[in-house]
Design a protein around this ligand. Structure first.
Ligand SMILES: *Cc1c(COP(=O)(O)O)cnc(C)c1O
Length: 368
C-alpha cells in the first residue's frame, strides 16, 4: 500500500466542474486584478472568519508583513514569535525591520505559551504573533489579556488554523490584524499563491488596502512607499468556491484525527497531539512525537507511508539566523519538538483503511 502525505484528489473532484465555470467567468469578466472576484472573496472570507473586514493579499508572508506595517511595527521594535514556528512568521518581522524575540511553546499543545510571552516582554516589545500551529487555536483569551496589560499589538498567524476556535471565538478574529495563507496545502488552499488579512478595524482595513497596492488609494496618488501584494483575481474566485467546502473538509480532517487517536492511544513510545480543553483543532497537520523519530520515519517510508517533519530545524538554529548568535540549547522545547516530531498523512479524502494501515505499521514498529 502507498499512502501519500497529502492528496488533493477529493478536494479537486468536489470543485472540478464549478472551477471551470469560475475560470470562464474570470476570462469573460476582463477584470484580472482586484476585480469582482476579489471583492466577493473578501466578503466571503470576512463572513467565514466572523470579522467585518478581510483583504486579499498575495500570500501568507506578505499578509504577515503588511499586518505589522499597518500597526506601525518597524526598526527599534521587538516582536514576540514562537520558537517552533515555520520561518515565515519570523521573516515577516525581519521584513518590517523589527527584531524577532523567540518565546517557547507549551510542551503539550506546541503553541506559544502565555507564560513564555510574559517572560519575553521588554521595554521595546511592540507586538505578539501567536501561531495556531498545526491547526490548534492558541490560548487567545490570555494572550489578548497580556497584550492589553502591556499595550501590545497582536498579529495572529492563522496560516494553519482556518476555522479553529478558542472559547468558541474563531482564530483570525482576536488580533488587531491577522494573516492567513492559502498556500495550496493549507486547509483552505488556492491553486497557487494567495493570502488574506482579517481585522475588526475599518481603519486598518483601509491601511492594508493602501499598502498592498503601491501605497495608493487613489490611482497614481501614493501615500506611502507600498508594495504590490495584491491577491490574484483568479485565485480569489477559486477560493470563494473552495471556501464553501471548507467546513466539510475540516470535519473530514477531524474525523481522520479521531481515528488516529483511537488507533494509536495505547502505543507506548508515541505522544499524540494534545488539544487544550478550551481550544478546537482543525488538524492542518497530525503531528505525533517519538524518540528515534528518523528511524520511525524510515520504517514508515519502507512500508509505503509518506511522512514529513514540521519542522526539522527551529528558526533560531537556521543558517539564516546565524547573525543572531543563538547556540543549540537556547530554546530547548522547540529543539526537542524539532527532534521528535513526525507528521502523519492527513487530508480530506484520506480513507479509514489508509489511516488503519499507517497505524498498523506504527504498532508493528513499536512492537505492541
Ligand atoms: C504557510 C505558512 C506561512 C506562509 O504562507 P505563504 O502563503 O507560504 O507565504 C506563514 N506562517 C505559517 C505558520 C505557515 O504555515
Amino acid at each position: 500500500m502507498e499512502i501519500p502525505f497529502v492528496s488533493f484528489n477529493a478536494q479537486n473532484a468536489a470543485v472540478a466542474e464549478e472551477s471551470k465555470a469560475v475560470f470562464s467567468r474570470f476570462i469573460d469578466s476582463q477584470y484580472y486584478v482586484l476585480g469582482p472576484m476579489t471583492r466577493q472573496f473578501e466578503e466571503d472570507y470576512a463572513r467565514f472568519n466572523e470579522v467585518p473586514h478581510a483583504i486579499g493579499i498575495s500570500n501568507g508572508l506578505d499578509a504577515l508583513h503588511i499586518s505589522l506595517k499597518v500597526l506601525g511595527v518597524g526598526p527599534g521594535d521587538e516582536v514576540i514569535v514562537p520558537s517552533n514556528t515555520y520561518i515565515a512568521t519570523a521573516l515577516a518581522v525581519e521584513m518590517a525591520g523589527a527584531k524577532v524575540v523567540f518565546a517557547e511553546p507549551d510542551a503539550d499543545t506546541y503553541n506559544i505559551s502565555p507564560a513564555s510571552i510574559r517572560n519575553a516582554i521588554g521595554p521595546n516589545t511592540k507586538a505578539i504573533m501567536p501561531v495556531h500551529l498545526y491547526g490548534q487555536a492558541c490560548e487567545m483569551d490570555e494572550i489578548m489579556a497580556i497584550a492589553e496589560e502591556f499595550k501590545l499589538f497582536v498579529v495572529e498567524d492563522n496560516a494553519q488554523g482556518h476555522g479553529a476556535r478558542f472559547n468558541e471565538k474563531i482564530t483570525g478574529s482576536f488580533g488587531h490584524a491577522n494573516a492567513s495563507s492559502f498556500y495550496p496545502t493549507k486547509n483552505l488552499g488556492a491553486f497557487g499563491e494567495a493570502g488574506a488579512i482579517t481585522t475588526n478595524s475599518a481603519e486598518l482595513d483601509k491601511a492594508v488596502r493602501v499598502w498592498r497596492n503601491y501605497g495608493s488609494e487613489k490611482r497614481y496618488h501614493n501615500m506611502v512607499k507600498g508594495y504590490n501584494n495584491r491577491i490574484d483575481e483568479l485565485q480569489a474566485g477559486l477560493l470563494s468556491l473552495k471556501l464553501r467546502y471548507l467546513n466539510d473538509w475540516t470535519k473530514a480532517r477531524q474525523e481522520a484525527a479521531a481515528r488516529y487517536h483511537a488507533n494509536l492511544n495505547d502505543i507506548k513510545g508515541i505522544s499524540l497531539p494534545y488539544c487544550h480543553p478550551n481550544a478546537s483543532h482543525v488538524y492542518h497537520l497530525f503531528v505525533i512525537r517519538c524518540e528515534e523519530r528518523n528511524k520511525v520515519q524510515e520504517y514508515l517510508e519502507s512500508k509505503g507511508v509518506k511522512t514529513v517533519i514540521h519542522y526539522p530545524i527551529p528558526p533560531h538554529l537556521q543558517e539564516a539566523y546565524q547573525d543572531a548568535g543563538f547556540e543549540k540549547g537556547a530554546f530547548p522545547i522547540a529543539e526537542k519538538l524539532a527532534d521528535t516530531s513526525l507528521s502523519l498523512p492527513i487530508f480530506p479524502g484520506i480513507e479509514p483503511q489508509q489511516i488503519d494501515y499507517v497505524c498498523e505499521q506504527l504498532r508493528t514498529y513499536f512492537g505492541s
